[in-house]
Write a protein that binds this ligand. Structure first.
Ligand code: KG4
Ligand code: ZN
Length: 342
């Protein structure tokens, strides 16, 4: 009798310390996480040194939590899957070193996982997505379009040539003195302004299926200056107390980014007419407004649409355990020479 495979997933690529257990037939048994958002919020972004030190402090406990809430011990785990790229080197090293030590000491199989492959397959944690499909990944560090034809079988068909979409939300939120991360705050303010496009920021559609968001940040900055809302010399926002104005900026920005996404998806769907579904993943896929608009597009085109629950959109261990599980089934293991960013 063959036993169902059980995989422990470890994710420490940025400012989340996450671990999860995935069971081949029962699905996700646990998914635990320590988020450092509060530690970095005062700086308006992630500070790598603080991120890696905190990973080191939390990793053992988070893995113990993940095993305990799955009602398992390390003995029942077959494979340890760990994110090895891309990410902050110091943060990645913590997860990879811990995973290697644990695999060696407990005689477990080890698999290094690409964080982006984790996001790309995160829709499968809760749904059976048909192949082939398109996946739009949008997070604080990445914005890419994938054509996905099978488990572990995917190609990048478009990506950002500069900033990520989440980065655009975060940087523009900072310009108008909202907190960090900017995405959720922008969405909240935009909804209070009923998603009206007040300022018509340029829809920099980049070339082909690629994205470009750094121009959008500059365009918003110049638009603020034009409206006497920003002083270039002192680098100061001049409408700190004008909440209505902030709502207008937030609303215009969200509509603009939504339009860019829809435009790219439409182009990609034309180019790859064989697709059966579209998935939207990564931190930005927490955004209800963008999700609703992509869903409408899919409904019109007769495509299925999937987006993970918010806890599986942002960084998590479950997506790493899931990818680790199918890689183990495919026999694609790593050895103890596994290194970060290789
Ligand atoms: O996937 P994630 O947790 O981390 C990375 O791998 O980058 O994504 C974080 C990003 C941040 O830029 C954040 O502003 C954005 O996701 N985000 C959102 C929303 N919630 C989080 N962006 C737009 N709307 C949201 N509701
Ligand atoms: Zn991520």
């Amino acid at each position: 009798m063959t036993m169902a495979r059980i995989t422990l997933g470890i994710e420490t690529s940025c400012d989340e310390t996450a671990a999860a257990v995935f069971h081949e037939t029962q699905g996700i048994l646990s998914s635990e996480l320590y988020s450092q958002i509060a530690l970095h919020a005062t700086f308006g972004g992630v500070i790598p040194e603080i991120a890696s030190r905190t990973q080191l402090e939390k990793i053992k406990t988070i893995i113990q939590y993940a095993l305990a809430s799955a009602h398992l011990t390390i003995n029942e785990i077959d494979t340890i899957a760990v994110t090895y790229k891309p990410g902050l080197p110091g943060s990645l090293l913590v997860g990879v070193c811990f995973a290697k030590a644990l695999a060696w000491a407990e005689h477990k199989k080890l698999i290094g996982i690409n964080h982006l492959e984790g996001h790309a397959f995160s829709s499968f944690l809760e749904n059976n997505v048909p192949f082939p499909h398109l996946c739009l990944t949008a997070s604080g560090g990445h914005t890419s379009l994938y054509l996905i034809t099978g488990f572990g079988d995917y190609q990048i068909i478009g990506q950002t040539v500069d900033d990520a979409a989440g980065e655009a939300f975060d940087k523009i939120a900072r310009l108008i003195e909202l907190g960090y991360p900017g995405g959720p705050l922008i969405e909240q303010l935009a909804s209070e302004a009923n998603f009206v496009d007040f300022f018509h920021y340029p829809r920099a559609t980049g070339t082909g299926l690629n994205f470009s968001f750094s121009g959008l940040k500059t365009a918003v900055l110049y638009d603020l200056v034009k409206r006497n809302a920003y002083d270039m010399q002192s680098k100061k926002f001049l409408k700190s107390d004008d909440i209505e104005f902030k709502k207008q900026v937030a609303s215009s920005l969200l509509v603009c980014i939504k339009d860019i996404f829809i435009h790219k998806i439409e182009q990609a769907a034309k180019q790859y007419p064989q697709i059966k579904a579209i998935t939207f993943v990564g931190g930005v896929a927490c955004n209800q407004y963008i999700k609703k608009n992509i869903l409408n597009f899919c409904t019109q085109k007769g495509l299925q649409f999937f987006a993970p629950s918010p806890k599986y959109c942002t960084d998590n261990g479950a997506m790493i355990a899931f990818v680790g599980n199918y890689k183990a089934a495919q026999g694609k293991f790593s050895d103890l020479n596994l290194d970060i960013l290789r």
